[in-house]
Design a protein around this ligand. Structure first.
Ligand SMILES: NC(=O)c1ccc[n+]([C@@H]2O[C@H](COP(=O)([O-])OP(=O)(O)OC[C@H]3O[C@@H](n4cnc5c(N)ncnc54)[C@H](O)[C@@H]3O)[C@@H](O)[C@H]2O)c1
Ligand SMILES: O=C(O)C[C@H](O)C(=O)O
Length: 340
């Protein structure tokens, strides 16, 4: 029996992601939690005739003592027995904002939700979508460490949308309809210049002249801004993110069931994953998105693809690492050195 939980299930990402989970033959129980509207989303989904049984849990409206208990009970009921917890809870960007501008609100939301995960489903795979991923994943790790239940193989920052974009933009540029035949590793983090597509490692190989390459790299790094601008104040990527989040969740679940050879780039705590130490040493950071081979216990092996980067990509990596370190420190310090 596989139980999947979506925290932030009533949101722009949460709803289509929950729909995709409801369609999946890999999921038996789908549990939805949000601070608003999740029972409605759950009831709506429960009318679809597919395998997963759907349950909805919502936080209490207020924050008085009795209501705090009600919210805690809802989290407990949603999370108990979970095999995989997917977290798109939090505020999205508006035009003119960076992902780091979301830290102020989302850091606290992620801290709060991971505290509940640590209590009620400490062995679940945890997939963090909430931005800024470069900081929310270290926050999650620190909360889990403090609770004594941190398993680095089971904590993932979801960077799949960057891979999806890279594959799609390359296909676009080559005038090809089917982007699914491309495999493009995107490494680093998930914001602006911390996103580093390694086009030199594309399978099947592709080759672009320098002027085209600059534009392509920029489009992958700032693909999120393209959507924020087009939505004009109504949020950021939701549908493509639901697709990407589900693609990654499905990969984790398939590998957990024993399927071999599944590799997806994801933002992980390197020292806790086989092969990660060498990458941490090369980058000088403990967290980095790299292609990870998934297995029954989650992240089985970090693949050191960055050692194959060409000179152009090495420059991108240097810039990414500088920015990433600041983001990671902000996340770690949020838990270790909270301001009074
Ligand atoms: N990792 C990625 O590639 C990626 C891509 C797109 C968006 N995002 C991020 O995902 C997050 C969600 O985006 P969205 O467009 O779905 O936003 P949204 O505002 O539409 O939905 C967020 C949901 O989270 C809920 N929520 C807020 N606080 C909560 C809490 N404490 N517990 C449970 N639920 C809570 C809200 O009620 C809302 O339903 C944003 O931070 C966004 O930046 C990440
Ligand atoms: O751009 C955003 O703020 C949302 C997300 O991180 C994205 O890449 O689309």
């Amino acid at each position: 029996m596989v139980k999947a939980v979506v925290l932030g299930a009533a949101g722009g990402i949460g709803q289509p992601l929950s729909l995709l989970c409801k369609m999946s033959p890999l999921i038996d129980v789908l549990s939805l939690f949000d601070v608003v509207n999740s029972p409605g989303v759950a009831t709506d989904l429960s009318h679809i005739a597919t395998k997963a049984h759907v349950e909805g849990f919502v936080a209490a409206k207020g924050d008085f003592k009795g209501e705090q208990q009600e919210t805690e009970d809802a989290k407990k009921a949603a999370l108990t027995g979970a095999d995989i917890v997917i977290i798109p809870a939090g505020v999205p960007r508006k035009p003119g904002m960076t992902r780091d501008d979301l830290f102020k609100i989302n850091a606290g939301i992620v801290k709060d939700l991971i505290t509940a995960v640590a209590k009620y489903s400490p062995k679940a795979f945890i997939l963090v979508i909430s931005n800024p991923v470069n900081s929310t994943v270290p926050i999650a790790a620190e909360v889990l460490k403090e609770a004594g239940v941190f398993d680095p193989q089971r904590l993932f920052g979801v960077t799949t949308l960057d891979v999806v974009r890279a594959e799609n933009f390359v296909a676009d540029l080559l005038g090809q309809k089917d982007s699914s035949k491309f495999n493009i590793p995107v490494v680093g983090g998930h914001s602006g210049n911390t996103i580093v597509p390694l086009f030199s490692q594309t399978q099947p190989p592709v080759d672009f002249p320098a002027d085209k390459l600059d534009g392509l790299v920029h489009r992958v790094q700032f693909g999120g801004d393209e959507v924020v601008k087009a939505k004009d104040g109504a949020g950021s990527a939701t549908l493509s993110m639901a697709y990407a989040g589900f693609r990654f969740a499905e990969a984790v679940l398939k590998a957990a069931k024993g399927e071999k050879g599944i590799v997806e780039p994801t933002f992980v705590y390197l020292p806790g994953v086989e092969g990660g130490d060498a990458i941490a040493k090369a980058t000088g950071t403990d967290y980095f998105a790299v292609p990870v081979e998934l297995g029954p216990n989650g992240a089985a092996k970090a693949i050191n693809i960055i050692s194959k980067a060409n000179d152009y990509e090495k420059k991108l990596l240097d810039e990414a690492i500088k920015a990433l370190k600041t983001n990671i420190d902000a996340g770690v310090n949020f838990i270790q050195k909270p301001s009074k």
